[in-house]
Design a protein around this ligand. Sequence first.
Ligand SMILES: Cc1cc2nc3c(=O)[nH]c(=O)nc-3n(C[C@H](O)[C@H](O)[C@H](O)COP(=O)(O)OP(=O)(O)OC[C@H]3O[C@@H](n4cnc5c(N)ncnc54)[C@H](O)[C@@H]3O)c2cc1C
Length: 486
Amino acid sequence: MNKQSDVVVIGAGLSGIACALRLKAKGKSVVLIEKNGKPGGKLDEFENNGFRFDKGPSLFTEPNLVDELFELFGKNPRDYFNYTRHHESCRYYFPDGTHIVLYDDKEKTIEGLKKIFSSEDVTAFSRYLFEIEKSYSGIGKFFLDNPKPELKDTIKWSFIKRYPLFMKKKMRVSLDKYNASKFKDLRLINLFNKFGTYNGSNPYEMSGLYSMISNLELNRGTFFPEGGMRSIVTSLIKLCEEVGVEIVYDEEVTAKIESGMYSLIGKNNYTCNQLVSAIDHLTFYNKVLIDKDLFSKYVKKERSTSGLALYVSIDKRIPELGLHNILFSTDYKREFDELFIERKLASNPTIYIHVSSEINSSDAPENGQNLFALIHTTSYQAPDNVFIDTMKAHLVKRINDYFGIDITDHIVNFDFWSNNEIETLTGSYMGAIYGGTSNKLTAALTAHPNHSNKYPNLYFCGGTVHPGGGMPLVLRSAKIVADKIS
Ligand SMILES: Cc1cc2nc3c(=O)[nH]c(=O)nc-3n(C[C@H](O)[C@H](O)[C@H](O)COP(=O)(O)OP(=O)(O)OC[C@H]3O[C@@H](n4cnc5c(N)ncnc54)[C@H](O)[C@@H]3O)c2cc1C
């Protein structure tokens, strides 16, 4: 069978779904092609014996970007998808036994900080929040909401007026050095270094300008969808069905361009005028529109981190754990040296623990919890069974060290997701969640653009291209591409 449409979007992850919906709203006929039997990509879920887990993202910021997709069709998002603003952003546990909670209510946060940090550092904390909002509004949003600037754009007034912000000292020092210039206490420096991991990079190398990553979480708030993260996908797919975005599952295609039209060959044949890759651009050049030159060019860029997610169901409650928790390692710098310089798995990593059952009580039986523990891994070494067992033991030990609770005999199910599974299931090259790192000063300018400079009418959205990975950014690239096409 040969299907013809204005646009084909490859990959029904969040970016592909959002882009297809936006194109449909602009009156285009769209076919969305997905290699798996279900949509969502990294926004997957599974259920085991009464415990439900979101497999990938857990931190939800800027829900308005999801709402917008319903509003494009004159629908009320609340008829499809609901969420609540969360009163805590994260609980941080430090190796010296102290802990702090960052609340949505800043005054409450400050009261907690005063108990363990110097007044100088507490004042610096408030100033930091003010500065990241300023950088984000002045430069961040400009970069994120627009296509990647080309050389010719740098002489436009919209760019020139931001030069003073680009020239700031924080651009030229690492995120860690920037944070160390703001705080005396290593715990606060590490806390703000953590945000460098949100795009899979090394806080000891990436520019201090990325300090503004924390702005969304710390100033604009964190949210949680009713029914868990997966409900973002299910509600958007319902919208696709209602408005007539055609989705083809279990379909993997190769593409070629002939007389300005794209032909895609899989189980069916597809032809279109415009093609959108909503998959890892390296996988696209390696497997779809095979181009060894472009593959070689982009593969040279250092790969971002991947991750080892441990899904641990326990028939016990650890009251100290909230929705989002960080258990810091004893030597944060060492952890990143191992991941980025030695390119090996960190021996004593920091652990992020997400417990969705704290909000969504149906995600675990009463008196149980669904612990999603995430450990950053290098994309250059996939964890083997020995490492996975070691990390499971590491998690058990750290929980015991911090909370005095031994969960060994309380684990009722254990599962994991790691570099290899992420690569196989979602097509992320080497399992790198965010494509290339932002470790070099020029990273933002050398990211893969949202359109091809070589092939006509070929566009890119998703976590490995401008403006980057993470749900708010992939939703932005979907918009950039749909606007470019229209
Ligand atoms: C463990 C983990 C935790 C994360 N935590 C967060 C978080 O807390 N907050 C946050 O904002 N972000 C988080 N992220 C990042 C976020 O999940 C991604 O940036 C985002 O979901 C990527 O969406 P995407 O559409 O670009 O790609 P994907 O979700 O990877 O979707 C790509 C889709 O394309 C399909 N595909 C691939 N190749 C082909 C092909 N050849 N043909 C057809 N289809 C193909 C795949 O099957 C997949 O469905 C996390 C990611 C992981 C893995």
